[in-house]
Ligand binder design. Structure first.
Ligand SMILES: [Fe+2]
Ligand SMILES: [Fe+2]
Length: 389
């Protein structure tokens, strides 16, 4: 597969022909804005339709945390300053997407772009799909920041709050933003459509605006993205693209810092309120940790995330085994087995989560077999070709 620098970088206005049916069939907002024949109300109606998630989203429970627990989170502000903000990298020492891309002002710019494209040609289609899916998971930044900013006790109440929680939220968002900036620079227009649809859609991770749940979710999810980017780095290195491997490695290192910060917060919560924390752990595991991009959509494949997941499972970039390993790791990291003084419900939750890894291991083989038996389908990310799932 050929990676191309975003068409904007070349000043080219030419759209690949594959984009046309996507626009026509999906009713992209861009299409409506460009059409003078439609009435304003029709435009709004259609804009609303395209902004609806393409999969059903369940009715959400909201603001279910009592006020004294909200106060408890607010009182942790100094602890966050001393223990969590230290995991942020100073902006001036951070890598930036342009560090990995040809410099458009340099004499050799076009040769460097050619070289980048030639290198990427060696990457097989399935590896490319996995790489794009990984990177798209980094997208929809406004949604991720909104996810933290609706959580009671930690959210930014004014937009300019200067609590340690809100400093973390903003800085974490900036770091994640670097990850998706890179794919936008490297992507073709067909991939950008997936990014646009994902940004318009919602996230449905059933957090009830509860900080206990959000930090279980982010601890799990950051470790998952660390594993996934790391495995992608190994794969592309095997195909000779050491530069791309290096880039995936840098992103993985960021995810590792994020994982450390979030799992430290849960460690602290286990110390302060083990009953509520173990309950939140079980709640999130019963609902299953869904990746933030599971509502990704390219305007045609309503099952796009599942199809990408099957490829990732087959290539062993992110598998059922990884999911179970993360769970087992976190149970150990937070010493859930050693919790004492729990209520009856708390003890039941403790038992459930400690036994869950071995129960899930039985499903692991099935998932790998299913990935091997999957059919061949077209992916809009690799126009004009099909891929065996
Ligand atoms: Fe990320
Ligand atoms: Fe991250």
């Amino acid at each position: 597969m050929v990676l191309k620098l975003n068409n904007m970088s070349f000043g080219s206005q030419k759209l690949p022909s594959v984009v046309v049916p996507i626009i026509a069939s999906s009713g992209s907002p861009k299409f409506f804005m460009a059409s003078p024949l439609r009435s304003a109300s029709k435009k709004v109606e259609n804009m609303k339709k395209t902004s609806m998630p393409h999969q059903e989203v369940q009715v959400q429970v909201t603001h279910s945390i009592p006020s004294q627990k909200i106060e408890m989170f607010k009182s942790l502000d100094k602890w966050v300053e001393d223990n969590i903000l230290i995991h942020l990298k100073p902006t001036e020492k951070s890598w930036q997407p342009q560090d990995f891309l040809p410099d458009s002002k340099s004499d050799g710019f076009y040769d460097q772009v050619k070289e980048l494209e030639e290198r990427a040609k060696e990457i097989p289609d399935d590896h490319f799909i996995a790489l794009v899916g990984d990177m798209i998971t980094e997208e929809a930044l406004p949604t991720y920041q909104a996810m933290l900013n609706i959580v009671d006790g930690i959210r930014d109440e004014t937009g300019v709050s200067h609590t340690s929680w809100t400093i973390w939220i903003r800085a974490w968002t900036v770091e994640e933003n670097r990850h998706d900036d890179l794919i936008v620079q490297l992507s073709e227009i067909v991939i950008e459509f997936t990014l646009l649809f994902l940004s318009e859609n919602v996230q449905d991770v059933k957090l009830e605006n509860k900080p206990f749940r959000i930090f279980i979710y982010t601890s799990f999810q950051e470790r998952a993205t660390f594993i996934s980017h790391n495995n992608t780095a190994k794969l592309v290195r095997e195909h000779g693209d050491t530069e791309l491997a290096k880039l995936c490695g840098f992103i993985a290192a960021d995810e590792k810092r994020h994982e450390t910060a979030y799992s430290k917060i849960i460690e602290k919560l286990f110390e302060i309120d083990p009953g509520e924390t173990v309950q939140a752990f079980v709640d999130m595991m019963r609902k299953k940790i869904t990746m933030p991009a599971y509502l990704m959509y390219d305007g045609r494949d309503g099952n796009l995330f599942n199809h990408f997941s099957i490829v990732a499972q087959r290539l062993r970039i992110y598998t059922t085994k990884d999911y179970i390993n993360i769970l087992e790791f976190l149970v150990g990291r937070w010493k859930v087995k050693d919790l004492t003084g729990l209520s009856t419900d708390g003890r039941k939750a403790q038992e459930f989560v400690c036994e869950l890894p071995s129960r899930l291991r039985k499903l692991e083989e099935k998932a790998q077999l299913a990935a091997k038996r999957a059919p061949t389908i077209p992916f809009s990310w690799i126009p004009d070709r099909e891929l065996k799932l």
